[in-house]
Design a protein around this ligand. Sequence first.
Ligand code: HEM
Length: 136
Amino acid sequence: MLGGTDTTANLFCFIVYYLGHYPEVKQKLQQELETVFGKNLTNPVTSKGLDELRYCDSVIKEVYRHIPVFFTVGRVNVENDNFGGYNWPKGTTFQMFLSAMMMSKNYWTDPEKFDPDRFYNIEESDKYLLEKQHKV
Ligand code: HEM
């Protein structure tokens, strides 16, 4: 739970930071919230409503892509492997560096650009061809 709270708190701080820097994203997000939950702040927040927040989902993903608060994940191979031109004996620890993967030109169109649209309605546009190819 410590991991779960720290990661969530940090990610939300960065979401606030990005919304402050990108007012057009904030406006689009606000519109979606009003469409789904209405303008009355006392309206109940339902699971069904949360599922409909597709732009919100895209904002969270794009912020995480820029600032992966959990920036590396580790794995240990259970048998001998050969890849990348090297032999890896079983029991080797691998660290996958998410920060680099999230900014790789091999996987992302204009990786430095902050744009939640790369996760939103991508099937309808050719703006983000790599994302489409990798089905983010
Ligand atoms: C933005 C929020 C969060 C992020 C970025 C995050 C990230 C991660 C990452 C990267 C892992 C390791 C995955 C792996 O090595 O395969 C993980 C594991 C885990 N997280 Fe989170 N987490 C978040 C929120 C939470 C929350 C809220 C909870 C609990 C309520 C939670 C519970 C767990 C548990 C139990 C594991 C271990 C899963 C396993 O080993 O099978 N996480 N998380």
